[in-house]
Design a protein. Structure first.
Length: 446
């Protein structure tokens, strides 16, 4: 406890770090305030039934990312997700389209162009989603609409929702520039954490009705949640180290013996992106029946229920497939092998060149398989625990994108704080070793 208090004092004494933390907290406070501002033309006193419907099922997952703004019919109801969708699309384009790759390699000017195009695409995506959201509001929440305002409701809501998402995007960029951590990721994490206390209370109340046995089940659920979090920490930080020897070098008349180092390969190099890709695709069929989930049938009905067996099976397979696909896109074994060769390094027992490339690729495939399976299990856990009797809102915290984002973002933020401490020759946050985040440089650092 004494060391913890001393660490907090050390953090506060670093002026740059203190300012970053304060700016981040201030901008997050502005965001949380905005999630409770109801759209014009809606009576906030009549939102109870709508909020209950919008916080269940697949829409409940969307509402989780929006920090409850979706079910509150807030001006920030769409949250940051349109920006995430646009960023994912632009990221894929920079990987798959040669001309986009060339622009990205132009340095700072190329990144500015891509960021500007991402903003334009965000506005388009938000405009389309806002129109769908208006249709859902008018269909599911007609009693809360103010009759005198209905002629202006569609246009004002679409404009405000689009402006709200662009404002949240701006907040994320300001946190990125002036604050601490990745702004987009932190905004999503704060939105998820904001719903945790209410979800815990609802789950405790539901189990308390069952008496002493219900309380035992509640404690078991908490223990399971902690175990899953620990497993995700291992997944995020897990690496496979390949020994690498460096050849002897002769400089002048002196001979230097080559040193042995290790090449770290991440077990989960793709991060949270496979789950986000799979989640985005699973959302598509529901868009065609967005205004009538209760009457939807067939594929749309299956994809609207994350606890449906077919949904979980398809979702799990897609997560595994996207994990291998995204890892192949961002990790190039040939580039790693060439880098080793240029630095006079080699893997013992493996010839340089193509054999080294094949060896690294095989190792990466072997460690990606269990990582992808675990990621798929994490993705479908909310549906499994919901079928086991956990309330829908609390079930979303047992896995899926929400829990993985929380673990990864918290580790990344703590890593940045620890870096500031070590640069000033203070002790780090942990005695056992440095905190390892994902250290990703992708446009969507979630």
């Amino acid at each position: 406890m004494k060391k913890f208090i001393q660490t907090l004092r050390n953090i506060w004494t670093i002026e740059e770090l203190r300012d970053k933390i304060l700016v981040t907290l201030l901008l997050l406070l502005v965001y949380r305030f905005g999630t409770h501002i109801v759209l014009p033309g809606i009576d906030p006193n009549k939102l109870a039934s709508f909020s209950q419907k919008a916080s269940q099922g697949l829409l409940g997952l969307f509402d989780t990312f929006a920090g409850g703004a979706f079910s509150n019919a807030s001006i920030l109801g769409l949250g940051i997700m349109p920006y995430i969708s646009a960023s994912i699309f632009m990221q894929l384009m920079t990987i798959l389209v040669p001309s986009m790759q060339k622009i990205q390699k132009e340095g700072d000017s190329g990144r500015k162009k891509i960021n500007q195009w991402t903003r334009y695409l965000t506005a388009i995506v938000t405009f389309l989603q806002a129109g769908t959201y208006v249709a859902y509001l008018t269909n599911q929440n007609r009693e809360a609409l103010i009759p005198a305002y209905q002629p202006y409701f569609w246009i004002s809501t679409v404009v405000l929702l689009t402006a709200g998402t662009l404002f949240v995007m701006w907040l994320g960029e300001k946190i990125q520039d002036k604050g601490l951590g990745n702004g987009t990721s932190i905004i999503i994490m704060v939105g998820i954490l904001a719903r945790l206390p209410q979800s815990l209370i609802q789950e405790f109340s539901a189990k308390q009705v069952k008496g002493g046995g219900g309380l035992i089940f509640f404690l078991i659920e908490i223990a399971l949640l902690i175990a899953i979090i620990l497993g995700l920490i291992v997944l995020v930080q897990g690496v496979r180290k390949i020994p690498v020897n460096y050849a002897k070098q002769i400089v002048g008349n002196r001979q230097f013996t080559g040193a042995r180092q290790f090449l770290p390969l991440k077990v989960n190099a793709a991060g949270v992106m496979p789950i986000i890709f799979a989640q985005a695709i699973m959302f598509l069929p529901t868009l065609f029946s967005f205004t009538s989930f209760e009457t939807g049938k067939g594929i749309a009905r299956i994809f609207a229920d994350y606890s449906n067996g077919w949904y979980m099976l398809i979702y799990g397979v897609m997560v595994i497939a996207f994990t291998f696909l995204y890892t192949a896109l961002i990790f190039n074994p040939k580039q790693v092998a060439d880098s080793l060769k240029q630095s006079n390094g080699f893997i013992p027992g493996v010839k340089p060149g193509q054999p080294t490339t094949d060896y690294i690729g095989q190792i990466m495939d072997r460690i990606t398989l269990p990582g992808s399976i675990f990621l798929a299990i994490v993705g479908i856990l909310p549906g499994i625990v919901h079928r086991a009797g956990v309330t829908p809102q609390f079930a979303t915290f047992f896995g899926g994108t929400s829990l993985l984002i929380m673990v990864a973002v918290i580790l990344d933020t703590l890593q940045q704080i620890e870096t500031h401490l070590l640069m000033r020759q203070y002790d780090g946050l942990m005695k056992s070793g440095r905190i390892q985040g994902r250290q990703t440089s992708s446009p969507v650092s979630i």
